[in-house]
Design a protein around this ligand. Structure first.
Ligand code: NAD
Ligand code: IPM
Ligand code: MN
Length: 364
């Protein structure tokens, strides 16, 4: 906690519901900043598919240099049906992750009280922390087309697993497990993918040997995906490659209520670079423009951002307010079975935050 601090945050609402869930997150951060004695300077950047239609690119050439000047980046979602996804996402989201080597993508799947999971029995709770490799793996530009447009056409896409990249993410996950229950499950597929995944398993064993208090196990990702549904309470920290982590965290989101609930942090724990905080969900073109998107994934991501900046009390105030609203039957959006709007949910969270302030309004 740093009373009097001022943080400079780059705000990228992006596309679709990004524009609807970002204002709630900013309002909520403003409310807790006032209570906890720090200030936030927002710099909103219009980089998006709409920007691409105007400028022929998703962000300016020096976009990531501009972002580097900030303490953190808050992102909504990127992607619009008017532009191919590989153009938009590889023009904005992936380059930001790469520019700052934000190799750890931290994605909690935590079932909050008052939220109904689609799973039948959640009496033992769901509290999974997925640590997704975020810098290499299956997401690589290496590859191409051979004999394009002919019946003999071949597409090649190389997955890249470096020792450095694999080791650092598994180590991060092992340290996270040490802070939690000490259980770490590693998503593998070494029964079918015989080079990169056997390598991943080897590195996992090496890291486990250095963390004797961690109970590590390897599980094939297909079986693990099923465990997310059948035995989520048995899972604690889960580490996976870029693609496996991506898929598992959409499952993680829906078992804790909805795609609209799940937050994430993209961080580089080893370097002084801005982290990027964004919900797990995308731009949801199917509901965009209707004011009904669930803002909680974005608000929760903003809480993770404050936590990362050291404003842990303010981050906790946000989550207490969210828990209060959901746990005590407050408004919820349609994805959670309610009929509230984005604005209704935001207003309820803001009310809770204001109610939590001491009488004189100043808490430090
Ligand atoms: P999506 O996450 O946008 O939507 C999947 C489903 O979840 C949809 O039915 C949507 O309505 C629902 N949903 C998502 N967020 C919600 C919320 N906050 N409240 C209520 N319902 C919500 O995934 P998609 O449809 O595969 O992708 C749409 C676009 O977003 C694509 O262009 C995709 O590439 C992009 N995308 C971007 C990001 C990102 O920027 N981080 C992440 C995922 C997908
Ligand atoms: C996510 C998204 C992105 C990813 C896409 C849009 C490139 O699905 O952040 O989960 O796969 O990393
Ligand atoms: Mn995803």
């Amino acid at each position: 906690m740093s009373t009097g601090s001022r943080y400079s945050i780059a705000v990228l609402p992006g596309d679709g519901i990004g524009h609807e869930v970002m204002p709630p997150a900013l309002e909520v951060v403003e409310a807790v900043a006032a209570q906890h004695g720090f200030a936030v300077g927002w710099r909103e950047l219009p980089w998006s598919c709409a920007y691409h239609h105007e400028h022929g690119r998703m962000m300016p050439e020096d976009g990531t240099d501009q972002l580097r000047e900030h303490d953190a980046i808050l992102l909504g979602a990127v992607g619009d049906p008017s532009l191919p996804d590989h153009v938009s996402l590889w023009g904005l989201l992936i380059p930001i992750r790469r520019a700052f080597d934000l190799y750890a993508n931290i994605r909690p799947a935590l079932l909050l009280p008052g939220v109904e999971s689609p799973l039948r029995d959640t009496s033992r709770g769901i509290d999974i922390l997925v640590v997704r490799e975020n810098s290499e793996g299956e997401y690589s530009e290496i590859g191409g087309r051979f004999r394009p447009g002919t019946p003999e056409e071949v597409a090649v896409q190389e997955a890249v697993f470096s020792r450095r990249g694999t080791k650092r993410i598994i180590e991060y996950a092992a340290r996270a497990a040490e802070q939690r229950s000490g259980r770490l499950t590693s998503a593998t597929k070494s029964n079918g993918i015989i080079h990169s995944m056997t390598f991943w398993d080897e590195v996992f064993h090496e890291v486990m040997a250095e963390h004797p208090s961690v109970e590590g196990r390897l599980m094939h990702v297909d079986a693990l995906a099923a465990r997310f549904v059948s035995h989520p309470h048995d899972l604690d920290v889960v580490v996976g490659s870029n693609l496996f982590g991506d898929i598992l965290t959409d499952i993680g989101a829906v078992i804790v209520g909805s795609m609209g609930m799940a937050p994430s942090a993209n961080i580089n724990p080893d370097a002084d670079v801005p982290g990027m905080f964004e919900p797990v969900h995308g731009s949801a073109p199917d509901i965009a423009g209707r004011g009904i998107a669930n803002p909680i994934g974005q608000i929760w991501s903003a809480s993770m951002m404050l936590d990362h900046l050291g404003e842990t009390a303010a981050a906790a105030t946000i989550m207490e307010a969210v828990r209060g609203v959901l746990g005590e039957g407050g408004p919820r959006t349609a994805d959670l079975g309610g009929s509230a709007t984005t604005a209704d949910v935001t207003a309820a969270v803001l009310d809770r935050i204001r109610d939590s302030a001491p009488q004189n309004g100043a808490r430090s």
